[in-house]
Design a protein around this ligand. Structure first.
Ligand code: MOS
Length: 744
């Protein structure tokens, strides 16, 4: 197998990786045959409906349980008075991906939208009507729901326990000796994931075994979490999540209503299904918190950055701590010899925020790229020239080399395609009819994490294979890209690969998040395939009846379902090797993780260029062109990667111009908790979006050279649009989404 390692120390893949294959699950999805969690209809299933708190803080003084129970078809009404206890406290932090479980263990209301009761009935209609009959009375207390009135607190950590503050170098001296500086403040708004599929769960107990259908981005971790809160062994849980109608981070975190449904199924000894309505997703299932970011960039006479200072104020709930680590976006992008990043927390009576679409990086990049444009202007430089001048050749935060960084190529490729060279430096110089036209840009960057994954690969007597890992496909195409890697690990054609995934009895594929799923689960699958092939090669090279006998020293190569000698052109089919050995199958195992301390800084990079048209009378902004070029290591499936990048850039349009969850500050309740009021981009908002991938060979990021494409698209894009709006109007956006009235 030596031939599988090339001289750079990373693995050469076969013929499947790199192909733009269509999604293996595509036909199931577009024909409606793909089963989602809310489609599960086990025999005798009951329907659960939660009642959401209508105040933001206080307690539930009274619920009319009698009226609800009297409604025909109602089986049971769960309130804090009769809900079974959890095995551990609802505040227990079993691992960093656990939020407080809101499971009716007390009568406190901590945020609007919190479940305060759950009705279980024979029909959805009966449960819905009975929940309405509960007609709660509250003892309300004064609440805070916005960044402006929230309660400040000091914190040492942000999301996932990352350090909140970092300083490198002497800021005071750098400032005193710098000749230019700019200070920029940018606010970003609360956003909700709004996956196409609202959260749902169907739970049933089959004897001692709990079977759960629920969309989930972290199957292995979630099994652990459920087991801890329920006080049962992980092996007693089967979690199925074959299809996920979008996650964006919100389905990586468990929420209390899932546990409530499971408790009810155990209590009632019948299957119970809970499918949240769109409005019920707002509050208990996480969101992106608003931020207020202040950046100061100091420069010398040439426009070289001498110091970069990035502060973030952000919001979390009154009872949990997830802080958007936005300032970290400044750690590793531009060559700042002096660097300070800080975060300040505030508490409000809202549900706990959580990871959403490049958590930290997306709002952080938005503010950083606005500040960079202001700095370029202060330096009298073109925005792209300014970024090239301040290109970081090594990672400013860690001092390490980048594992690879084809950012200059991204700039050149995207700028060329966009036609950036003709851009006038002053704003308000271009028009299209009566509309103001502007061009802006931003740099994209996203880290390359790896999690822990395991996989099995089993070669069968007929030369086909089954590969197994619990990977989650929420629409990104994981099942296809991972099957491609598995096929190459096994050295067989992809149509011979049966890919089993999406449930918790399989080896754990780790988290589908952080843009690290393909790298992590893919490595596990590749290693499992290689392990099986290695066993096969041992059989053949030691068998005098095989044409491969004695090829051990020169090695063999696996390709097209055959092993090939490296020292001549003889080969043998897998079926024949297995048949002669009298074996039905050979099973390989593999894991994927990053070993040891990193020796390099590892990031995907990109450059995004935006053109906007702004109505000078109405302030309405339209993105007319968006072109991004990205360098993300080895691209396993160019069609799927392009979709991921386009999707990320379109999230950027949403964040820049549309998406904003608003509270009524008087009631503490949501104003726009539906898709009529919470706007997301549709096709008409994204007329011309182009994503280019730039070749990048990364020998360090992992053996397969995969970096990840899931989230980088949103970084760079928000700032690019904001900068284009400035170029069109001369108004520097101070918040996202940009409000039309601020432009006129
Ligand atoms: Mo994500 S926010 O990595 O699903």
């Amino acid at each position: 197998m030596d031939d599988m390692l090339n001289t750079q120390g990373h693995v050469r893949l076969g013929s499947s990786a790199g192909q733009p294959l269509t999604r293996r699950d595509g036909i199931l999805k577009v024909t409606g045959a793909a089963p989602y969690a809310a489609d599960a209809r086990p025999e005798g299933v009951l329907h659960a409906v939660t009642l959401a708190a209508g105040i933001a803080r206080g307690r539930v003084a009274r619920l009319n349980s009698a009226a609800a129970e009297a409604h025909p078809g109602v089986v049971k009404v769960y309130t804090p008075a009769n809900t079974p206890a959890l095995a551990v406290s609802p505040d227990e932090k079993i691992h960093p991906f656990v939020w407080r479980m809101e499971v009716l263990q007390d009568d406190r209301v901590r945020y609007a939208g919190q479940p305060i009761a759950m009705v279980v009935a024979e029909t959805l209609e009966a449960a819905t009507e009975a929940a309405r009959l509960l007609a709660p009375d509250y003892e309300a207390e004064p609440h805070r729901v916005t960044l402006d009135d929230a309660e400040p607190f000091d914190t040492e950590t942000t999301a996932f326990g990352r350090p909140a503050n970092m300083t490198k170098g002497d800021l005071a001296t750098a400032r005193a000796t710098s000749s230019r500086h700019v200070t920029t403040q940018v606010d970003t708004s609360a956003q909700y994931h709004n996956a196409m599929e609202p959260h749902a769960i169907t739970a049933q107990w089959v004897g001692d075994r709990l079977e759960i259908d629920t969309p989930n981005q972290a199957i292995g971790l979630s099994k652990q979490t459920f087991s801890a809160f329920l006080g049962i062994a992980p092996e007693q849980i089967l979690l199925r999540s074959p299809f996920i109608g979008g996650g964006f981070g919100s389905k990586a975190i468990l929420y209390g209503a899932q546990l409530l449904t499971i408790l009810a199924a155990r209590d009632l000894e019948r299957p119970v299904k809970l499918a949240l309505r769109r409005d019920q997703v707002y509050g208990p299932t996480g969101h992106r918190a608003p931020t207020r970011q202040t950046l100061r960039i100091d420069m010398d006479d040439m426009g070289r950055i001498t110091a970069l200072d990035h502060d973030t104020i952000t919001l979390t709930s009154s009872f949990d701590q997830f802080l958007e680590s936005a300032s970290n976006a400044s750690h590793s992008l531009y060559a700042a010899p002096v660097l300070r990043t800080t975060h300040h927390g505030r508490r409000a009576d809202v549900g706990t925020p959580g990871p959403m679409r490049a958590p930290g990086e997306a709002p952080g990049s938005a503010a950083l790229e606005i500040a960079m444009d202001e700095a370029a202007r202060a330096a009298g430089l073109d925005p792209l020239d300014f970024r090239l001048l301040n290109h970081a050749d090594t990672d400013p935060a860690s001092g390490m080399s980048f594992s690879s960084k084809a950012l200059r190529e991204c700039y050149a490729e995207a700028a060329g395609r966009f036609g950036w060279a003709g851009r006038p430096q002053e704003p308000r110089q271009m028009r299209e009819g009566r509309l103001l036209k502007g061009w802006g840009m931003g740099t994209a960057q996203f880290p390359c994490p790896m999690f822990q994954a395991a996989a099995h690969a089993t070669l069968r007597a007929d030369g086909s294979a089954v590969v197994e890992t619990s990977a989650a496909d929420m629409g990104q195409g994981a099942w296809t890209a991972l099957a491609q890697i598995a096929a190459d690990g096994l050295g067989i054609d992809i149509d011979k690969v049966e890919f089993r995934s999406g449930h918790s009895d399989l080896p754990d594929a780790g988290v589908a998040g952080g843009s690290g799923h393909t790298a992590t689960a893919g490595t596990a699958l590749f290693n499992a395939g290689s392990d099986a092939v290695r066993q096969l090669a041992d059989l053949a090279t030691q068998d005098p009846a095989s044409p491969l006998f004695g090829a051990g020293n020169a090695g063999v190569t696996a390709r097209s379902g055959r092993l090939w000698r490296n020292d001549d052109d003889r080969s043998e089919a897998y079926e024949d090797i297995l048949a002669r050995a009298g074996l039905e199958l050979i099973r390989g195992e593999g894991t994927g993780a990053r070993e040891g301390e990193p020796t390099h800084a590892m990031f995907s990079h990109g450059a995004v260029f935006a053109e906007v048209l702004v109505d000078p009378d109405l302030g309405q902004v339209r993105v007319s062109r968006l072109i991004g070029a990205f360098a993300a290591g080895r691209i396993i499936n160019p069609a799927l990667a392009r979709s991921q990048l386009l999707g990320g850039m379109i999230w950027g349009i949403g964040m820049a111009l549309q998406e904003e969850a608003l509270h009524d500050t008087r009631s503490g309740r949501f104003v726009n908790n539906d898709l009529a009021g919470y706007h997301v981009p549709v096709n008409a908002d994204a007329p011309m979006v182009e994503a280019i991938t730039v070749h990048e060979d990364d020998p360090f990021v992992n053996a397969l050279g995969i970096k990840g494409v899931g989230e980088i698209g949103v970084t760079g894009t928000v700032g690019a649009i904001g900068n284009a709006v400035w170029h069109a109007t001369g108004v520097r956006p101070g918040r996202f989404p940009i409000h039309p009235e601020t432009l006129i």
